[in-house]
Design a protein around this ligand. Sequence first.
Ligand code: COA
Length: 264
Amino acid sequence: MISPTERIIAEVDGTIGWLTFNNPSKLNAMSADMWAAIAPVIDHFERDPAVRVVVLKGAGEKAFISGADINRFEERKSSAEAARSDGEAMRDGLSRLEHCTKPTIAMIRGYALGGGFLVALHCDMRIATENSRVGIPAAKLGIAYTLSGVQKVLDLVGPSTAKEILFTARQFNGVEAQAMGLINRAVADGELESFTRSYCQTIAENAPLSIAASKSIIAELMKSRGDIDRAKCEAIAKACMDSEDFAEGRRAFGEKRKPVFKGR
Ligand code: COA
């Protein structure tokens, strides 16, 4: 299995492609090599037809990701080159994650803060434990949260709650985060992985082209009205109508059995 850095582990287990942030002694804080490794791992999972869902998690019990590596901030401040290359690595990694054609889920145990929560925000869905701690401590550090991060928070929770999250810089537990709409589900600590696996199983049994179509259409609809590519959305819908999977879906319904989808 490809792993461009030992701080990112990529594994395929059945229909799930697992991407693990593996820097546990720093609570999985993101270094430049970790940002840069996201794209090749996502490329790999996209190419593997067995992978139906990509799940991101942190190594160890304490954190999903505690944030960008704060120790690098000083260097980034004093070196324009370090700032540029770290910023690019982060933007490229997040963009590749966001544009993954397969569903992506952040499985959050423990801390998901700042740049760590940014990774989760660029996934399609977020599942956390009730005792997870999520938040954006930018105002405690004196930095501005990234444009794409603020946009994602705004899209999820609206301006008033987005301001509460950013102005207070508080850590919210999983129950609060779910009530705010920041995460999809908060589950008991001991159930995080089993819940996530069964959630993935539900998705993996559905038609991949149909799911990819929903993902693309939602991405288009999140754009401002004038920028929505309606022709692209119509072409995506037509490709689903013409697919072998749609024929299989109709047959299975008629035969009163579970469909077996192939993503074609
Ligand atoms: N960048 C670099 N190192 C980090 C880090 C980060 N974002 N978050 C944690 N670490 C390191 C700590 O410096 C410490 O290293 P050390 O053992 O060499 O001293 C180690 O990870 C363990 O963290 P520690 O602070 O001792 O754990 P804790 O349980 O007491 O506290 C947190 C956990 C998450 C509350 C605390 O580490 C923290 O506030 N981290 C920064 C969170 C943040 O501001 N993130 C946004 C950055 S964009």
